[in-house]
Design a protein around this ligand. Structure first.
Ligand SMILES: NC(=O)c1ccc[n+]([C@@H]2O[C@H](COP(=O)([O-])OP(=O)(O)OC[C@H]3O[C@@H](n4cnc5c(N)ncnc54)[C@H](OP(=O)(O)O)[C@@H]3O)[C@@H](O)[C@H]2O)c1
Length: 255
């Protein structure tokens, strides 16, 4: 009996935003382990190069490319480069997001609002548009949006961030419905509390952490690597009939 090939990504080109650390790094490494050539991206090239070098040292294929997904011209630039260097894209993981202000919603400042919307909504949207056009030319692909449990149940003092994550869940359904005809699937991952720099203010504060753990049936915070398996499923043929879904990976928080 031979092992399943359903999770193989040999020959695939994958782009992972926010891949220099945290959840994105874990995703990039797992996709590369399964055979994909991974474009490791974030704003700062040094961190991306570090992750790409680690993938290559491990026998995988990776290229580091900087891209600030809140800047429209950087999105156009990165896709021009992908077309030139790779000619195709099979998997897009929209993972990089921002959450610049923790405050009561009534204290939201316009700058933080604009930055959050520009990165978390406009960035995900136009990365998907550019990737979708390239995928359409080659018969399809898979887009995975890293949203959040906050998109369903807003986090305290995370108002506009939670609003953008709800938008990402809806965006996932929009792309799923309109791009299915081009062979493109689009799904979302909703991580729960995960031990990364992004969540360090919550995880390193014992009082906040204990309150959070009371609401998580598995009674622990996730490791970044625990998010990557779901992305591999959504990126691979194992999920070939799955599109438009939002998968909670949250230790039972939303159940
Ligand atoms: N950690 C959690 O508890 C948690 C829970 C739910 C959802 N999430 C979601 O999971 C995703 C990843 O979060 P994480 O916890 O892994 O965060 P993280 O460890 O802080 O990593 C964030 C990554 O995004 C990059 N980045 C930030 N702003 C960017 C921008 N404008 N353009 C391009 N890259 C950018 C960062 O690198 P540079 O600084 O080089 O740009 C870094 O690679 C986010 O969508 C977040 O909303 C996280």
């Amino acid at each position: 009996m031979s092992k399943t090939q359903l999770f193989d990504l040999d020959g695939k080109i994958a782009f992972v935003s926010g891949a220099s650390r945290g959840i994105g790094e874990a995703i990039a490494k797992l996709l590369a382990q399964q055979g994909a050539h991974v474009i490791v991206s974030s704003r700062k090239i040094e961190g991306c190069q570090h992750v790409a070098d680690a993938i290559i040292a491990d026998g995988g294929k990776a290229t580091a490319i900087a891209c600030h997904i809140g800047e429209m011209e950087q999105i156009s630039g990165v896709f021009a480069r992908i077309r030139e260097e790779f000619g195709r894209l099979d998997i897009l993981v929209n993972n990089a997001a921002t959450n610049p202000q923790f405050c009561n919603v009534l204290d939201t400042d316009l700058g933080a609002f604009q930055k959050t919307v520009d990165v978390n909504i406009r960035g995900y949207f136009f990365m998907s548009v550019e990737a979708g056009k390239l995928m359409r030319e080659h018969g399809g692909g898979s887009i995975i949006n890293v949203a959040s449990i906050n998109g369903v149940s807003p986090g305290v003092f995370q108002g506009i961030y939670s609003v953008t994550k709800a938008a990402v869940i809806n965006m996932t359904k929009v792309f799923a419905k309109e791009c299915a005809q081009f062979g493109i699937r689009c799904n979302a991952l909703l991580p729960g509390l995960t031990d990364t720099k992004f969540a360090s203010a919550l995880v390193s504060n014992e009082k906040i952490l204990n309150t959070a753990l009371q609401q998580i049936p598995l009674k622990r915070v996730a490791a970044p690597s625990e998010m990557a398996g779901t992305v591999l499923y959504l990126a691979s043929d194992a999920s070939s009939y799955t599109t438009g879904v939002a998968l909670n990976v949250d230790g039972g928080f939303l159940s």
